[in-house]
Design a protein around this ligand. Structure first.
Ligand code: PRX
Length: 635
């Protein structure tokens, strides 16, 4: 018998030891007891980090939606699977039962099939946080199409890049979206993106905001009439364990975003198991993760993990500040939320407001609080613990990545004693290690180093879509035979991990991963800009904000700097999205470069963070004199 739900610390250590000693047996027992398979696997795990190639449950046959929906129908058919809480608090919340979800997914699966989408085709989903988003994801999985959800805050250019990179044939979108008191013209963004995407021949449009939009004959269809005509039954496509389930893009240090490919069986087993344990999920709980399904957190812990456990999962369309800063807590009271999972940036933003926004609501239903996406600072941790959890709900600071598919390091609530700012211990099956600057593993405690994982776990991304070489170089080349996370971490005397942040050029702003390259490309589009470099610097609410150093061409030097700043941010909004706007823009005559011409971001980062006493040796730069100039004009 496997231990699917860990109940105390002694059991955790026992289970953990087993998962390391006999990883295949450990995962096999969980897979066997808790999921439906059309055929069992030939081999639990085969792996080679040199290639790299990892296969879990190879040879097994399944459909993930049968595990997330159909198998609950007999016992939980009338249980709510999804609670949809609309942006407007006066609009009624929707409770979608497992039976209804089944029907909705089947209808859409039929529509997709009728439109010619087949197993292995890529479908882009660009939708706001409305039920159709979850239904679209599941309908793709039901027919074996590979979903590629693009966060509906990304611009037309960012959307087009992602559609083309994965060769999507179809886009699912809506007329528009609500965001607080604003509306966003999503269909307009899609139309603009598709001028650059010749392979897309079908767009299905959900009516959400009832705005006037143009529909292109032969390409665009309103979704609802097609659903009405479609059958409510659909035999799921039987997939191989290692068939791709989805592609999800994440930023890299350089170049275009990387389409991380997640496969079916391992992802399902791991997200289900970790959901159960990290959130201590019990049958009648109401679980709410505030992330957007456009990010991995939403994929794994709004849709797949919760539904695989037959849970009730909340989808919230709105923002924490609308109609006022009490919205989150109002929703917790209204739906009697038991587990609440959000990002530190949201906690910091809400902690700045009057406590009245919290205190007027009854939060006694809460049992577990979670955070994800960036390090949480002590002050925010205590505010969350004191005011939201009332010191009785454990906080799980969950560390993981788009690439890891599921949570790897986290406390287990009511099991692991927590320390503020520490993600604490690896979950069963996860073997983290710290590496020193010379690529050697640090075996002792009370140290910091670069965080790596030295053994495969079931939900790890298998490749980067269309670029396996990049996958190898990014994750498996820095250290021999080890997955490199890109994060720094320290390990304390008892083996608890604290994640200290990225050690590469990825910048996390409000919990969103931003790579420097697409933003710098957008800045460089400006006709007056010769070159640019961006770095992160601390921001009270967003964790980090962006600081841009920009070299102007001769023609730009007479222009008003304030106007240029606005135009640059406008370009970034158009090319990447508003989340990537720069908070500070400093114009300079040069950027510090190595003799091989590489921009020394380390120096720029120190300058932006006001840490100029510790710049280190700058004499080896190609142009050391520029450093003093930049320091002299820092904003
Ligand atoms: O730097 C780490 C940070 O977020 C990165 C992964 O970002 P993304 O792929 O967008 O996935 C976010 C949601 C899983 C990591 O490399 N990060 C994530 N969780 C934490 C964190 N940093 C510190 N503490 C965390 N709990």
């Amino acid at each position: 018998m496997s231990s699917y739900h860990i109940k105390n610390l002694e059991e955790y250590y026992k289970v953990y030891r087993k998962s390391i000693r006999e990883p295949e047996l450990f995962w096999e027992e969980i897979a066997e007891e808790h999921f439906n398979w059309h055929k069992k696997w030939d081999k639990v795990l085969s792996w080679d980090f040199k290639k790299p190639e990892v296969k879990w449950f190879d040879g097994a046959k399944l459909n993930i939606t049968e595990n997330c929906i159909d198998r609950h129908l007999r016992t939980r058919g009338n249980k709510t699977a999804i609670i949809f809480e609309p942006n407007n608090p006066d609009e009624e919340a929707l409770h979608i039962t497992y039976k209804q979800l089944h029907e909705r997914v089947n209808r859409l699966a039929n529509v997709l099939t009728n439109k010619g989408i087949k197993k292995g085709d890529r479908v882009c989903i660009y939708l706001p946080m409305i039920p159709e988003l979850a239904v679209s994801v599941l309908a793709c999985a039901r027919i074996g199409a590979i979903h590629s959800v693009v966060f509906a805050g990304f611009s037309a250019t960012a959307l087009a890049t992602r559609i083309n990179d994965s060769g999507c044939k179809m886009v699912l979108t809506s007329d528009g979206s609500y965001r607080g008191n604003k509306t966003i013209d999503l269909k307009g963004i899609v139309d603009e993106a598709l001028t650059k995407c010749p392979e897309v021949n079908s767009v299905l449009v959900v009516k959400r905001i009832h705005s006037e939009i143009t529909m292109l004959a032969g390409r665009d269809n309103w979704l609802q009439p097609l659903l009405n005509e479609a059958s409510a039954t659909y035999e799921p496509e039987i997939m191989n364990a290692e068939d791709p389930l989805f592609i999800l893009y994440t930023s890299g240090s350089t170049g275009n975003p990387k389409g991380m490919v997640h496969t079916t069986a391992g992802y399902m087993v791991y997200t289900a198991y970790t959901f159960k344990n990290v959130f201590n999920y019990k049958e009648d709980d109401i679980y709410w993760c505030t992330a957007d399904i456009g990010w991995i957190t939403g994929h794994s812990y709004i849709i797949y993990g919760p539904l695989a456990n037959g849970a009730t999962t909340v989808m919230f369309e709105g923002v924490p500040s609308y109609p006022d800063y009490g919205r989150f807590w109002k929703i917790v009271e209204k739906h009697k939320v038991s587990q609440f999972y959000t990002a530190p940036t949201a906690i910091r933003a809400l902690a700045k407001e009057k406590l009245d926004y919290v205190d007027q609501y009854n939060l006694s239903s809460l049992k577990v609080l979670g955070t994800v996406g960036e390090p949480i600072n002590e002050e925010a941790w205590h505010w969350y613990n004191d005011n939201i959890g009332k010191k009785k709900s454990p906080i799980v600071d969950t560390w993981w990545q788009t690439e890891t598919g599921g949570i790897l390091i986290s406390p287990i609530p009511y099991v692991t004693p927590t320390i503020p700012t520490f993600a604490c211990l690896p979950l069963p099956g996860v073997q983290p290690c710290l590496m020193d600057e010379n690529g050697k593993e640090i075996k002792t405690n009370q140290v910091d180093g670069r965080l790596c994982i030295k053994y495969p776990w079931p939900s790890m991304a298998r490749t980067i879509w269309g670029d396996h070489q990049r996958y190898k170089e990014t994750y498996f080349s820095a250290y021999k035979n080890t997955y490199f996370t890109g994060d720094g971490a320290l390990r304390d005397t008892v083996g608890y991990y604290r994640i200290t942040g990225r050690v590469d050029d990825v910048i996390i702003v409000s919990g969103h991963n931003l790579g420097t390259a697409p933003i710098e490309d957008a800045i460089n589009e400006h006709p007056a800009v010769a070159e640019s470099a961006i770095v992160g610097f601390p921001d009270d609410i967003r964790g980090n904000a962006l600081y841009g150093f920009v070299i102007l061409k001769e023609t730009g030097k007479d222009r008003k700097q304030e106007n240029l700043r606005k135009e640059i941010n406008q370009l970034i909004t158009e090319h990447v999205g508003p989340i990537a706007k720069l908070k500070k823009i400093q114009f300079t005559s040069g950027l510090p470069k190595t003799r091989s011409g590489k921009i020394m971001r380390r120096i720029l980062r120190k300058i932006a963070c006001n840490e100029t006493e510790h710049l280190g040796d700058t004499s080896t730069l190609l142009n050391p004199e520029v450093v003093q100039e930049i320091i002299g004009h820092v904003l």
